[in-house]
Design a protein around this ligand. Structure first.
Ligand code: DX5
Ligand code: ZN
Length: 222
């Protein structure tokens, strides 16, 4: 079966001074990845809901919001109000994961949970039935341009086993250190949404970099 691979360029690596043009340059992608960082859960501060409203005006693609914040229960509604199409919070931070997912769904959006490289996949056991997507971090979150952690393949294998045992098929997004070099391998391991930060926005031709990330699609034919 041929599976669709989706590419989600992370604008954390974009030229902020030219954000409109940067968004337009990746219009061949599937989602826009919007990294929210609070300087507490991760050692960096990025964007909040205000800029998300502007990004929504600058793209027709669904915006995939990755909240790296210590208090998702308190702030997630701000991102729904600002137009998040897919809203991801971290399992390590949520006080009431099911409640957040339920409210995201009531607002007609897609809900996802992320896990850090050091977080057990089994921590998703009680929530996996309700998710549209799982985000597997392949670096410790906080910055673009970090090196892919090889243990991610073990995480992907465990996640596939968990999904099979629950008979669910959420999208599986992989985030951190993904490039055309390892895209085929992470797709073979089960990922079907690839985030690309520096691999897309540091490339001379962004649209072409997106296409090069999508190429594994042709390798997934069985
Ligand atoms: C890292 C962020 C990523 C980051 C990816 O904490 O969640 O989305 O922008 O950047 P690259 O692809 O350069 O690792
Ligand atoms: Zn991210």
């Amino acid at each position: 079966m041929r599976e669709q691979i989706r590419i989600s360029p992370s604008i954390l690596a974009a030229d902020f001074l030219n954000l409109g043009a940067e968004l337009a340059s990746v219009s061949n992608a599937d989602f826009i990845h919007y990294d929210v960082m609070d300087g507490d859960f991760v050692p960096n501060i990025s964007f909040g809901p205000g800029l998300l409203r502007a990004v929504k005006r600058g793209t027709d693609l669904p915006v995939d919001v990755h909240m790296m914040v210590s208090n998702p229960d308190e702030v997630f509604r701000d991102y729904l109000d600002a137009g998040a199409d897919i809203l991801t919070f971290h399992m390590e931070t949520a006080k009431h994961a099911h409640r957040i997912v339920d409210e995201i769904h009531k607002r007609g959006r897609r809900a996802a949970v992320a896990i850090n490289p050091g977080t057990a996949v089994s921590s998703l056991d009680a929530i996996i039935d309700y998710l549209d997507m799982v985000l597997v971090m392949s670096v410790n979150p906080g910055f673009s341009g970090q090196q892919f952690i090889e243990h991610t393949y073990t995480q992907l294998n465990k996640l596939k086993a968990l999904c099979s045992s629950h008979v669910v098929r959420p999208l599986i997004e992989i985030d951190g250190g993904i490039s055309p070099k390892n895209a085929a391998q992470v797709v073979a391991a089960g990922a079907n949404v690839l985030v690309g930060g520096s691999a897309v926005f540091d490339a001379p031709d962004h649209a072409r970099a997106v296409e090069e990330m999508i190429l594994p699609r042709d390798l997934s034919v069985s």
